[in-house]
Design a protein around this ligand. Structure first.
Ligand code: CTP
Ligand code: MG
Length: 172
């Protein structure tokens, strides 16, 4: 498989996890509405349903992908790799919100680049911690570099498209 397609394939479960959290948006916030130093810990945009549903959706799609084209190892190892990618995506998103609140940005306010690559960094980190050997063998440095550039661009294009289709009110 050519490198670009393989890189996108490898990160696809994270894309699914991230997008599913938005679609499944829940009610109960992860921080239960609590504050820290007068600002929300994570904010109302991070819910338990998004966290759990996104993780499960990424895991499910990844498992299906692995049946079609085995790429994520096998057995319990593949479960752990896919879990780390899917959960890592939401974990990265959550950590981003933590720091976003600390610098005083409101829930939903724009934070360019951080908003687009938070979930990638989370997936990379948690997957690396989960299975260093598999991660280093599969997520080559050039794959990581490509995905860090490609993902914000993809984000931009899909948002403009969603705006053009009147699914979104603003083109970002
Ligand atoms: N979402 C959720 N649970 C999560 C992540 C996302 O319910 N763990 C839903 C929320 O409805 C959220 C939406 O997906 O508003 C968009 O996600 P995101 O852009 O990450 O959150 P923001 O609302 O922009 O909040 P923040 O400023 O903290 O990024
Ligand atoms: Mg946002």
């Amino acid at each position: 498989m050519i490198d670009i397609l393989r890189a996108i394939w490898l990160i696809f479960p994270s894309y699914v996890a991230n997008a599913s959290a938005v679609l499944l948006k829940g009610k109960t916030p992860v921080d239960f509405g609590r504050k820290w130093r007068n600002k929300p810990i994570f904010g109302r945009g991070k819910t338990w349903r998004g966290l759990a549903g996104g993780t499960l959706a990424g895991l499910a799609v990844g498992t299906l992908m692995n049946q079609i084209y085995p790429t994520f190892s096998d057995g319990i190892e593949s479960f752990l790799i896919l879990f780390s990618l899917a959960f890592g995506a939401l974990f990265g998103d959550l950590m981003k919100s933590f720091f976003k609140r600390r610098i005083g940005k409101e829930r939903g306010e724009k934070w360019i680049v951080a908003d687009q690559i938070d979930f990638l960094l989370g997936s990379f980190l948690i997957c690396f911690l989960m299975n260093r050997e598999w991660f280093l063998e599969n997520f080559k440095l050039n794959y990581i570099a490509f995905l860090l550039i490609f993902t914000p661009l993809l984000h931009l294009v899909t948002n403009i498209l969603a705006y053009a289709l009147k699914l979104k009110k603003v083109p970002w």
